[in-house]
Ligand binder design. Structure first.
Ligand SMILES: Cc1cc2nc3c(=O)[nH]c(=O)nc-3n(C[C@H](O)[C@H](O)[C@H](O)COP(=O)(O)OP(=O)(O)OC[C@H]3O[C@@H](n4cnc5c(N)ncnc54)[C@H](O)[C@@H]3O)c2cc1C
Length: 394
């Protein structure tokens, strides 16, 4: 049986980062995943400030960024009109490329097994992992980084609880547009009746990318219309978008992903710690799922795992110190709260929600004035398509 200090199950975003950090720290690590390389998948496609902070603390940010496309000049539109130009820098990168960029940093001392973990036996000392291939594995600590897959965790008595089924819908496609006045645009829904949280345009190394986050039911007629003619459906739901973007056209296929909010229960067990989506998922609208996964791994591998491995035993008392970490708890709470509140913010018809949307618009405009010294406006070198009239129903 192969022996290691740490067995990491899953070489996605969280598992690959954990393997890199613990491998660099000199631990004997085995990383298990059924796929040699991460496959293209629609997930987090931006490195925003919280992602960058955790990647920096994990010591890998500077090695990852060359694979991504840097952009600034980030516009935010609310109530159908430009509200703010943000003085920040972000990076666009396809999810598979991000995971593979981290996988490329995993030190050669880490053993990679192209396999699937099918069973786990837990004790307060050593853990045994059964693999679909012939080999089995023994490790002091298991890091469960299995993402959305529930089967393995259920088999060891954990329970994946649905907090909100069919919570939202995420859509992505490549696009073409001429002479955009921004590098990136986040355009919030104009009218709650259209059930759109926001659409965002940003550059990937391969070109212009569009993510659209909505709360349509899977049987909603808008979704059927969207499948037939995506841009016509978007224009109907966001009639003022084209004033900022000009004509947009779809390039290639469209990916549509329904999203459930899920949290794992009964997770406090000896010998195994869960990170990322294996612990809980976030709504993509909140933009917190990947930052939560990265923060989990950064805290675990910088602080907790080294302390646990420095003394005998791997009982539940050790493992639960990670779940009580204040930064992790704040990140989990923020992620869940913003996942739930964003939906009410986008769909709320009551006066309170209308007032909040106007308040956010006013806040964005005031931030713009404080930052740039003037109201947000299109730069003179771009043709003025005209600001829309204030939207009444927001
Ligand atoms: C449509 C969509 C859009 C999103 N957009 C954003 C965003 O804008 N911002 C943001 O912060 N977050 C976003 N997220 C969330 C974010 O992408 C995820 O939270 C994050 O990718 C989770 O990473 P992970 O490592 O936990 O899981 P994954 O990257 O899914 O990795 C899981 C790995 O485990 C492996 N595995 C599973 N079972 C086994 C097994 N039994 N044995 C061995 N290996 C196994 C799988 O092969 C996989 O490689 C989005 C999510 C979705 C679905």
């Amino acid at each position: 049986m192969r022996q290691a200090d740490v067995a990491i199950v899953g070489a996605g975003l969280a598992g690959s980062l954990a393997a890199t950090m613990l491998g660099r720290a000199g631990y004997s690590v085995v990383l298990v995943d059924p796929f040699d390389r991460a496959r293209p998948d629609f997930r987090c496609e931006k490195i925003e400030r919280p992602h960058a902070d955790s990647l920096r603390k994990a010591g890998v940010l500077d090695e990852i960024l060359p694979a991504a496309r840097r952009y600034e000049n980030i516009w935010v539109a609310r109530l159908g009109r430009l509200a703010e130009i943000k003085p920040i820098v972000e990076h666009g990168i396809a999810y598979g490329d991000l995971v593979n960029a981290i996988r490329d940093l995993v030190p050669s001392g880490v053993t990679f097994l192209r396999d699937k973990v099918t069973g786990i036996e837990l004790t307060g000392e050593r853990q045994t992992l059964a693999l679909a291939g012939s080999e089995s594995l023994s490790a002091r600590l298991i890091i469960g980084a299995t993402g959305l897959g529930a089967g393995l965790l259920e088999r060891i008595g954990m329970h994946r609880r649905e907090i909100s089924k069919h919570h939202s819908l995420s859509i992505a496609f490549d696009a073409e547009a001429a002479n955009l006045p921004f590098d990136s645009l986040t355009y919030f829904g104009e009218d709650p009746a259209h059930r759109i949280s926001y659409i965002t345009l940003f550059p990937l190394p391969s070109g212009l990318r569009v993510n659209l986050f909505s709360y349509h039911d899977r049987a909603d007629p808008w979704l059927r219309a969207f499948r037939e003619d995506p841009m016509a459906a978007i224009s109907r739901a966001l009639p003022n978008l084209e004033r900022l973007t000009g004509h947009l056209s779809v390039r290639g296929g469209v990916k549509i992903r329904p999203v459930d909010l899920i949290a794992t229960e009964n997770f406090a067990r000896p010998g195994i710690v869960l990170v990322g989506d294996a612990f809980s998922t976030a709504c993509p609208v909140s933009g917190t799922g990947a930052s939560k996964a990265l923060l989990d791994v950064e805290r675990l591998c910088n602080i907790y795992a080294p302390a646990w491995l420095a003394s005998p035993g791997m009982g539940t008392d050790k493992i639960t110190t990670f779940y009580r970490d204040p930064a992790k708890r704040r990140s989990d709470a923020h992620s869940l709260k913003s996942s739930l509140l964003s939906k009410r913010f986008a769909l709320g018809q009551a006066l309170l929600w209308r007032a909040l949307r106007w308040g956010c618009y006013a806040g964005s405009v005031m931030r713009n004035v404080a930052t740039h010294g003037h109201l947000p406006h299109r730069p003179a070198e771009y043709p003025v398509l005209g600001e829309p009239p204030m939207h009444q129903s927001a």
